[in-house]
Design a binder for this molecule. Structure first.
Ligand code: CA
Length: 220
């Protein structure tokens, strides 16, 4: 199981990352300043560091420099504000492996995380199953019984969240944050629209509406 250290001082973003990554089976630890990030990363107990640049005590660049000087080779993905491409480039020069600009969709971050961990410890199961559905994370294909079904990237991401949480009620807010990112307008009806697409492709009864609560993938 991969262990991820999150260094982010904005509580909302840290919580969003922790929740999302834990739902994907990662073990996470979160720190809110650069000094704590350094101390934790130096223990060597982490497989990946997600590092915000604007951190109190020591900024992300300093953390990165100190870690690389101390020969800590843990992969680092830096988080940077949308308009700070120069920051990102400097981060890569300073030994970061990748960067992602805020705001970001969770799906996008997850793809980067998986890429960085690819050579790490044993990967998780690549096929998720629930009832007749089988979703292959490697080939990005889904089958209903024997039949392959074509899904768009967004539909696939939504289906993945359902298959990771079979038989559980998922609120619109949960689905929004997992698939569209924390900055998405909570008043948007995009979840309902995509649930409708999935029902059309996977079978109308497959996803149940739980009134006033959200949606549930039926497995029976
Ligand atoms: Ca910050």
């Amino acid at each position: 199981m991969s262990r991820i250290l999150i260094a982010e001082d904005e509580a909302r973003i840290a919580a969003f990352l922790e929740k999302g990554l834990r739902a994907q089976g990662f073990v996470t630890t979160s720190v809110s300043n650069g000094l704590a990030a350094c101390e934790h990363a130096r223990t060597g107990a982490f497989d990946l560091l997600i590092l915000d640049i604007g951190l109190p005590v020591l900024d992300g660049f300093t953390v990165l420099r100190q870690l690389r000087e101390a020969r800590v080779s843990t992969p680092v993905i830096i988080l940077t504000a949308r308009d700070s491409v120069a920051d990102a480039v400097a981060g890569l020069g300073g030994g970061a492996d990748d960067y992602i600009r805020k705001p970001f969709a969770f799906e996008e971050l997850l793809a980067r995380v998986r890429l960085r961990l690819r050579t790490g410890p044993a990967p998780e199961a690549t096929v998720l199953r629930a009832g007749e559905l089988a979703l292959d994370l490697r080939t990005r294909r889904i089958h209903v019984g024997e039949h392959p079904v074509e899904l768009s990237a967004r539909e696939f991401a939504l289906a993945e969240v359902f298959l990771r949480n079979p038989d559980q009620v998922l609120t619109r807010a949960q689905l929004l944050s997992q698939v569209w990112g924390f900055d998405y307008d909570p008043g948007s009806n995009v979840v309902d629209v995509y649930v409708r697409y999935l029902r059309r492709k996977l079978g109308a009864d497959r996803i149940e509406t739980v009134r006033g609560a959200g949606y549930r993938l039926r497995v029976g």
